[in-house]
Write a protein that binds this ligand. Structure first.
Ligand code: M6R
Length: 614
């Protein structure tokens, strides 16, 4: 949720911290702050409401010296977005400063205990409670910072990734994690800290992903030390990060979201590389080789995910049921985890997550694991928490997704689900060899077809102007295109703040049709497939009530233009792969409408890219 950066070395920390915050701003951006131990030995904390630019403006006349510092960009949970509640937080004596990502659930209890002992608080946050607790333990028990952090974390219930500075020891950062990601970068005589690797990769490709319950002691001139909360030293697992800088920059596009929409053909090619053979007639997933017994014996598959990943799951369900004939359910992870669901050792649970850090999805995995299910992850962020918590899985390999509105991750997830369903169906014999080969080879043609779908960009840009002032929009689709309608509506809501709903086209007559009038734009996915005629009837129902229809049609369709106000043509493909193509114009439409409305497309209000709180 929030972004964490840290630096200790021989360079000036401030420029590194600010650059890191800009890379992490997608995680949260309602306030930002920085703490550095300056040349004079003072611990300077500067923080402002709003984005990182506000912080840098504020710092122009401040002492920003120092080779050690921590910085934070926030997505508020406890306490309104304000400079007062922004991180870092000082302890009462101003000797310590902390940054935190996560939630301290028992903060109210700890706070009142500390207040009884005379500790005064300067903010409404749960985070400040932690630094005050650490300081109280240090002084009352005469412990070192490390010992006090260990003791304090025993008392804390909740999730955290933290970093703490002590001005009396200007060569050390203490960091710790539980259920919130934290990465330490190892450079030449310097260390970096990040809530993901993006602020680090510019300086080093050697990283250590902290595990839950780990505390890192990062000292200048010494080796990195990682220990458990009980003080047992942990073996260092140094990994190499394989992200190049270009992947996390805009590359000439005005927004990350537009760049990521246009990258999709290349992303899908990368996603299939090494998994579909050059002849384009065979899919091999390493997870299937290693764990085929478990997967082929599944009595049921349960997909857990949130948001866009949940929409991809709905498409996965249709693929798995129709190709593999295995019953498949799709659950919101946040509901599943608290529902006491029936899960057994005969089930395979597929967890889908772009970030690999979504707290609800992680908790759903935990629950399914406890009940003996086999867990398969479909994630994008390499080395994130979900792939580490699963039994096996497949990365979507679409590269870092920075825009808060997910685009390329969605099509990457659907591609992996397609490959998985094809592998299973082939092994189970639930489709014929001819069907299998036809589908595999069509999947390899999707990137080229996406390129053709992207050519509608200019047309969609013009259309977007017409819809800029809409108050509500309806998205309709059937079968494989129903989740596309949901996803199209979510994209519009997220970045343009226009209310939008996705509906199965035939359900409309059971209620939502009452909303339709000439003020209501209706976007219908009406590609040529089994349900084509049915969808035409649904379009007519909308037209009869004065609704304004924009239809996504298969290239060459001349019939629908008689009923629709606008048509957007899509290259033809197999019905089950239509979502990979049809989602593109809807992503572009949401993007251009939001731009016309002057919205901050990459950092929409109230949202964060990675939802690491429940
Ligand atoms: O990282 P995840 O895929 O687990 O994230 C799940 C949702 O938070 C995410 O898809 C969210 O709905 C996006 N902002 C959608 O664009």
């Amino acid at each position: 949720m929030c972004g964490i950066v840290g630096y200790i070395g021989t360079k000036q920390a401030y420029p590194i911290l600010i650059k890191g915050l800009r890379r992490l701003e997608y995680r949260g951006y309602d306030s930002a702050g920085v703490a550095m131990i300056g040349q004079s030995g003072s611990l300077n904390v500067y923080k402002t409401k709003g984005k990182v630019d506000n912080l840098t403006d504020y710092c122009t006349d401040k002492d920003i010296s120092g080779c050690i510092g921590i910085a934070h960009t926030r997505w508020a949970t406890h306490g309104e977005p304000s400079a007062r509640n922004a991180h870092p937080h000082y302890s009462q004596s101003h000797n310590l400063a902390i940054i935190h990502n996560g939630i301290i659930e028992n903060y109210a209890d700890i706070k009142s205990r500390l207040q009884e002992k005379g500790v005064t608080f300067a903010s409404d946050t749960d985070t400040e409670v932690l630094v005050q607790l650490v300081e109280y333990i240090m002084s009352s028990k005469n412990l070192t910072l490390l010992e006090a952090v260990q003791t304090a974390l025993y008392q804390v219930i909740g999730a955290y990734a933290i970093a703490i500075l002590d001005k009396r020891d200007p060569h050390q950062i203490i960091a710790a994690r539980k259920q919130s990601p934290l990465v330490v970068g190892i450079g030449e005589g310097e260390f970096f800290l990040g809530s993901d690797a993006s602020p680090i990769i510019e300086y080093t490709d050697k990283v250590v992903y902290l595990e839950d319950g780990n505390i890192a002691v990062i000292r200048l001139g010494e080796e990195l030390k990682v220990m458990s909360i009980h003080g047992e030293e942990q073996a260092l697992q140094v990994k190499k990060v394989d992200i190049d800088l270009g992947q996390i920059e805009k590359g000439g596009y005005p927004h990350f979201m537009l760049k990521e929409i246009f990258e999709q053909p290349e992303c899908l090619t990368n996603c299939m590389r090494g998994r579909i053979n050059v002849e384009g007639n065979q899919v091999t997933l390493s997870a299937m080789i290693d764990h085929h017994q478990k997967l082929l014996k599944a009595k049921r598959i349960v997909i857990v995910a949130c948001g866009t990943s949940w929409h991809a799951g709905l498409i996965g369900k249709q693929l798995i049921e129709s190709l593999c004939r295995i019953p498949c359910e799709v659950e919101y992870a946040s509901e599943f985890r608290y529902r006491n669901p029936v899960v057994t050792k005969d089930d395979v649970v597929i967890a889908i997550s772009q970030s690999g850090e979504t707290a609800d999805t992680l908790a759903a995995i935990q629950l399914a694991k406890e009940r003996g299910a086999f867990i398969y992850g479909i994630c994008n962020a390499i080395g994130s928490s979900i792939p580490r918590a699963t039994d096996t899985g497949t990365y979507i390999h679409v590269g870092p997704e920075i825009g808060v509105a997910s685009t390329k991750a969605f099509t990457g997830q659907v591609t992996v689900l397609s490959m998985l369903a094809l592998c299973l169906a082939d092994k189970l014999g639930t489709i014929t060899k001819e069907e299998y080969q036809l589908m595999v080879s069509e999947l390899t043609r999707i990137p080229k077809k996406m390129e053709r779908a992207l050519q509608a960009n200019e047309q969609i840009k013009h259309l977007a102007m017409i819809f800029t002032y809409a108050k509500n929009c309806l998205y309709l689709g059937r079968g494989y295109n129903y989740p596309v309608a949901l996803e199209g509506a979510l994209k519009l809501k997220e970045i343009s703040y226009i209310h939008a709903e996705g509906y199965p086209a035939a359900e409309m007559k059971h209620g939502p049709i009452a909303l339709i009038d000439s003020e209501m734009p209706v976007f219908v996915i009406a590609t040529r497939d089994r349900l084509y005629e049915k969808v035409i009837s649904n379009i007519q129902e909308v037209r009869a009530r004065g609704g304004r229809v924009t239809a996504l049609v298969t290239a060459g369709d001349e019939l629908i233009s008689q009923y629709a106000d606008h048509v957007i043509e899509l290259p033809d493909t197999l019905e089950c792969f239509q979502p990979l193509i049809a989602s593109i114009p809807l992503q572009l439409l949401a993007y251009h409408i939001a731009v016309c409305k002057g919205k901050d497309v990459d950092r929409p209000r109230n949202l964060a890219k990675s939802v690491t709180v429940e």
